[in-house]
Structures are given as structure tokens and as C-alpha cells.
Design a protein around this ligand. Structure first.
Ligand code: F6R
Length: 367
């Protein structure tokens, strides 16, 4: 049932183009100009009444939520707060009936996420769940549900569920923007065209997996490394770092590139690998200058850049991996894929049990 793949994780990484298509299927209007989310019961009037959004989730789903925050704020101009579920519950969050709480959970059974959902409802907020499992506790208790169509995810390390959550957030952000009139119809149509190209763009990354295997084999010799990025790239950096930690057991940290010099730069020494994400054109120069800072201290830098970006390899960046061009706000759906493959191959190189990493369970139903 691994369909010829050595591990479920690799199979699920390769299922992402299908998961993207399935999650978009039936949710884009026939003329390609708007998002149709028939499962959302909120009226346009109720949507206009949303004052703020809280996104609550754990682990990888939380990282999808970080991208979701950027998308909703930039597309719909509604302020978004985000918390990990185990913190949210105990910090007395200010939830009102005008708050929309979005919980994100692959399994729909994570105890802390479920408790956050119940607390939100108790305070009179409306809850939207983004989940992969029809009939799960989260899906039954939320007011509205967007099912990600990733299909069953078996490997403990989440891959296609995360990327399907990104697609769900993109669709929902566009849906809000259309309803609220914060973006015009032509612009929305252009984003939808770009979204529908994502599956084949992921395929083109998967075709270059062997390059990443080689990079991962050299990363596997290290005990520490860093991921850096700005903006939405930082959100993806966090997911790349978690993926690497949980299955390769290599310690890594994701840092907002501009924050390094406020302390963490002290850890950069000769030979330490730094994986730098630079997909956002408007932040390119700034991130490049942070890369030069780590490079000057001896770091070995792998740069994840957009195809066609002119960077002098050898000078500030040691190795490059290019991702296909898309709109800046869609780039996480592409840039995370090489990071998933790096984690997979690093785990393999270290002889770990890729699908069942030590100490971890697929579904965390205790608090
Ligand atoms: C990491 C991973 C976990 C889960 C987290 C939440 O690869 O899988 O961090 O994302 O336990 O699980 P769900 O999404 O089922 O609520």
C-alpha cells in the first residue's frame, strides 16, 4: 500500500499535486473568477461583521496557520492573531461574538485544538474548522468546515495535509476578499489561474528530488543548523525546521532573517549549514544582506530562490535550489516541498524510522 515507495512519507510527498487538485476541485467557479465555498454557512452580512480572526492549531497545522494569517490579512484586511492551541486556552484570549476562530487540524482529534474550539464557542464566537477528516470531533463541533482533500495521511510527519491546508487558506482568503470587496475580480481571477498551475509546478520540483538527496546527505553529518527567511518565508522556514527535527533528529532553528543579529548570530560558526528562503521579491535585498552576515562567519548557505533569480553562487550563497515562479503569496505551496524532501532524505541517511519517529504519535489526543 506504499504504492512502490519506500515510506509513506515519500508517497505522501508525491501525492501533493493530487492533493492540491482535489482540494481546489469544485471550489472554483466555472468562469474561473471566484471561489465557491458552499460549505460555509456564513451570510455575506455575517462575514462583514467579522472584526478579528484567531487562528488556533498545533505543530505543523499551526505553521499552516502562520501562512493563513498572512493570506487573510493581506487579502481581506482583517486583523489576525495566531496561537498554538495549548497556549491559547490558558491566556484568557479576548474572544467576542465578532471574532471568527479558525482551528486547523489534520486529524480533527487533537485535544488542545478541540478544547480551544469549545472555549471559542462558549464565548459566542463562530468557529471555522480546516480539517482532513470528515466526521472528526473538530468537524462535528465547528460551525463551518472546510475539508482538505489530502486523503489519509499515515506518516507521522505531516506533508500533504500541511500543503492542503495552505490551499484551503488561499481559497478562504480569496473568498473573504471577494465577499468584502477588498480585492477586485480580475485580480482574484489571476490568483486562481496561478493556483491551478501549482500542481504541475510541484511535479517539476519532485523531478529534481535527487539533487536534494545529495544535499540532505551532507546535512545529515551535522548536529545543528538554521533556517532563515522573512515574512511568509519565515513561516515556511519554521515548518522546514520542524520537519527536519522530528524525523532526522538534527537540531535546527528557524529564525526571522533580520532577527539573527539580536543574539543568534553568535551561534554561527565555520561550516554550519544555513538554509535561506528568498522567494519574496520585495524582501530579497534585505534577506541577501542577512545571508552575507552568516556567510562572513563561515556558514555554508543553501539558498531557496525563485527560478531566474540572479545570485552569484559561491559568493554569498554556496548552493542554490530554484523553485518555479508563482505569485509571492502562493510561494509556500512550492517552497516547502524541497524542505520536506531534505528532511526525508536526511532521516534516511541517518538510518531512522522515517514514518514512525521516536517519541511521537500521529494523533495527540491527550493534553
Ligand atoms: C508534524 C505533525 C504534528 C501535527 C500536530 C497537529 O509533522 O504532524 O506537529 O501537525 O500534532 O496535529 P493535527 O493537525 O492532527 O491537529
Amino acid at each position: 500500500e506504499k504504492a512502490g515507495f519506500d515510506h509513506f512519507m515519500l508517497k505522501e510527498i508525491y501525492e501533493q499535486p493530487k492533493a492540491y487538485r482535489d482540494t481546489m476541485m469544485g471550489r472554483i467557479s466555472a468562469d474561473g473568477r471566484s471561489v465557491e465555498l458552499k460549505e460555509i454557512g456564513m451570510t455575506p452580512e455575517q462575514i462583514r461583521g467579522i472584526r478579528n480572526v484567531h487562528i488556533v492549531a498545533c505543530g505543523t497545522a499551526y505553521h499552516a496557520g502562520m501562512v493563513g494569517k498572512s493570506l487573510i490579512e493581506s487579502l481581506a484586511r482583517i486583523p489576525v492573531e495566531i496561537d498554538v492551541a495549548s497556549e491559547y486556552r490558558y491566556r484568557s484570549p479576548i474572544i467576542t461574538p465578532e471574532t471568527l476562530v479558525i482551528v486547523v487540524s489534520q486529524s480533527g482529534e487533537t485535544a488542545d485544538t478541540l478544547a480551544a474550539l469549545r472555549e471559542a464557542k462558549r464565548c459566542g464566537a463562530r468557529v471555522l474548522a480546516i480539517t482532513n477528516v470528515v466526521g472528526s470531533s473538530v468537524s462535528r463541533e465547528a460551525n463551518d468546515v472546510i475539508i482538505t482533500q489530502a486523503g489519509p495521511e499515515i506518516a507521522v510527519a505531516s506533508t500533504k495535509a500541511y500543503t492542503s491546508q495552505l490551499i484551503a487558506f488561499m481559497l478562504y482568503g480569496l473568498f473573504l476578499a471577494d465577499t468584502l470587496g477588498t480585492r477586485d475580480k480580475d485580480w482574484i481571477a489571476d490568483v486562481l489561474v496561478a493556483m491551478q498551475k501549482l500542481p504541475e509546478q510541484v511535479e517539476s520540483i519532485l523531478e529534481r528530488a535527487q539533487v536534494l538527496k545529495q544535499v540532505a546527505e551532507s546535512l545529515a553529518k551535522h548536529d545543528n543548523l538554521f533556517f532563515i527567511g522573512r515574512g511568509i518565508d519565515f513561516a515556511v522556514a519554521q515548518e522546514g525546521s520542524l520537519k527536519l527535527k522530528e524525523i532526522s533528529y538534527i537540531h535546527s532553528e528557524a529564525y526571522p532573517a533580520g532577527e539573527l543579529k539580536h543574539g543568534t548570530l553568535a551561534l554561527i560558526e565555520e561550516g554550519i549549514p544555513v538554509i535561506a528562503l528568498i522567494t519574496q521579491e520585495d524582501l530579497y535585498e534585505k534577506t541577501l544582506s542577512n545571508i552575507k552576515e552568516v556567510k562572513a562567519r563561515g556558514a555554508h548557505v543553501l539558498g531557496l530562490v525563485n527560478e531566474g533569480t540572479e545570485v552569484e553562487v559561491g559568493k554569498s550563497i554556496d548552493e542554490l535550489f530554484a523553485i518555479p515562479r508563482t505569485l509571492p503569496l502562493l510561494s509556500p505551496a512550492l517552497s516547502v516541498v524541497p524542505l520536506q524532501l531534505l528532511a526525508y532524505y536526511a532521516s534516511l541517511a541517518r538510518g531512522n524510522d522515517v514514518d514512525k519517529p521516536r517519541n511521537l504519535a500521529k494523533s495527540v489526543t491527550v493534553e
